[in-house]
Design a protein around this ligand. Structure first.
Ligand SMILES: [Zn+2]
Length: 204
């Protein structure tokens, strides 16, 4: 993929869910044909949705490729370039979130499936994309995986739309077909470079 193309995390149309049939058991869900224990992610103890197809075709903006999303959020890689963002000492990491400054009390703890972004890619994204101008750049000192989003199964099969399931919710965790990893960003504040504070001495 060339750097001028879609962010690395954007799902390309050729990528599709591809996995064996999901079977519901008393102890949780698994893929047909093997033991559940062998199919779980050893770090997070969840069954990930598997994706296949080819990384080609038009980008589906606004959709994350689940396998890329998990790698980027777990390793805190840049959503655009999948490189480890440079961190200024004491600054924390940068996130571009689809929210605005009035929606939170700062500093804020925010749950998100969005990975971090490096400053050069954030500058490029904000210049290029009108939608992204409605995004808020925040700086974050600490980010931790707290759960997954995915389809929660009942005994009758898959439930409705994606739900958030926390790692502490062991009963539901066993029955979630996990699609995205969810991070909690702790102590997030609007980035002072992208969002300079209005001067305190300004008069009306
Ligand atoms: Zn980057």
């Amino acid at each position: 993929m060339k750097s001028a193309e879609a962010p690395a995390i954007t799902r390309l149309a050729g990528r599709i869910p591809q996995h064996p049939t999901v079977v519901v058991g008393d102890d949780g869900i698994r893929y047909e044909g093997a033991e559940r224990e062998q199919q779980l992610d050893p770090d997070f103890m969840v069954l990930w949705e598997c994706w296949g197809g080819l990384a080609e075709g038009p980008p589906l903006y606004g959709e994350f490729d689940p396998e890329v999303q998990r790698r980027a959020t777990d390793r805190l890689l840049c959503a655009y370039g999948m490189e480890a963002p440079h961190r200024e000492p004491g600054e924390g990491m940068l996130w571009l979130l689809h929210t605005d400054a009035d929606a939170h009390q700062w500093p804020a703890d925010i749950q998100t499936t969005t990975p971090p972004i490096c400053r050069p890619h954030a500058e490029r994204a904000l210049q290029r994309c009108a939608t992204l101008r409605r995004h808020l750049a925040v700086r974050v000192r600490e980010a931790e995986p707290i759960g997954v989003r995915g389809t929660v199964y009942g005994q009758d099969g898959p439930g409705g739309p994606d739900e958030l399931v926390l790692f502490t919710d062991e009963n539901r965790l066993r029955f979630v077909h996990a699609r995205h990893l969810v991070l909690e960003l702790r102590g997030a504040v609007p980035d002072p470079v992208f969002h300079p504070q209005p001067s305190a001495t300004a008069t009306q």
